[in-house]
Design a protein around this ligand. Structure first.
Ligand code: PEP
Length: 257
């Protein structure tokens, strides 16, 4: 059984002071309560040590929003996998559409980062998804297949358990627009069968596929109920302890059904 992963992407929001308050609020909401699935928050790098500290001795995990391919050296402005591991981070978001769009990250570069992260025993959350015009033209599957293809060739299927994909239709990110549960399931099923063709059925069955794009308490239940939706990557709604906790509660309830 794949464990549901409820992951928050704070993007470039919440500096150290605000991050600590928000992380503490989330911990307080779950004080004395059990969460059998996985909850993750990915703050900006400067806030990461503070969030790690707030989450110590709780089930909440803190992760990163990006990482570089080298271990150390003359790479001004970059952060390495070993630095994240020193902070006890398990997860790192890679290939987010904002990094593809504003920082010109290519499929090749993202594939190298995914390989580095998996080889070092961390878990990448690889973001894929089509833009609005690509969906209008019916190209969503071809786009996602291209984004996944290199990576699945570069990486061995023995990493399946640590490999997380986030299907994030770009037109649904931060827009209030959400894919319908049927649209999400269709794409998630497509991604899983593509992984199965490249790797194997057993490996594809272990990969978690998250949905991202304006997930909130009002739509989380129907999205998370889909067979191939194994969690959410949540932007806006992860910046409020109430809404993030509500989505976690929905995931917990569904896990008991
Ligand atoms: C995201 O940033 O990955 C995201 C899904 O954002 P939002 O939930 O705000 O659409």
């Amino acid at each position: 059984m794949r464990k549901t992963l409820i992951a928050g992407n704070w993007k470039m929001n919440a500096g150290p002071t605000e991050a600590k308050v928000l992380a503490d609020e989330m911990v307080a909401k779950w004080e004395g309560k059990e969460f059998s699935q996985e909850a993750l928050i990915c703050p900006p790098f400067v806030s990461l040590p503070f969030v790690v500290k707030s989450f110590r001795d709780t089930f909440f995990k803190a992760g990163a929003q990006n990482v570089y391919t080298e271990n150390n050296g003359a790479y001004t402005g970059e952060i390495s996998v070993s630095m994240l591991k020193e902070l006890t981070c398990e997860y790192v978001i890679l290939g987010h559409s904002e990094r593809r769009e504003y920082f010109n990250e290519t499929d090749d570069f993202i594939a190298k980062k995914v390989r580095k992260v998996l080889n070092e025993g961390m878990k990448p959350i690889l973001c894929v998804g089509e833009k609005f015009d690509q969906r209008q033209q019916g190209d969503q599957k071809a786009v996602v297949q291209k984004q996944l293809s290199n990576i699945l060739s570069l990486v061995n299927e023995s990493h399946a358990e640590n490999f997380v994909v986030a299907y994030e239709p770009v037109w649904a990110i931060g827009t209030g627009e959400t894919a319908t549960p049927e649209q999400a399931q269709e794409m998630h099923q497509f991604i899983r069968s593509f992984i199965s063709n490249k790797w194997s059925d057993e490996a594809a069955d272990k990969v978690r596929i998250l949905y991202g794009g304006s997930m909130k308490p009002a739509n989380a239940e129907e999205l998370l109920s889909q067979n191939d939706v194994d969690g959410g990557l949540i932007g806006g709604a992860s910046l409020k302890a109430d809404s993030f906790s509500e989505i976690m509660s929905i995931a917990e309830k569904l896990s008991k059904n």
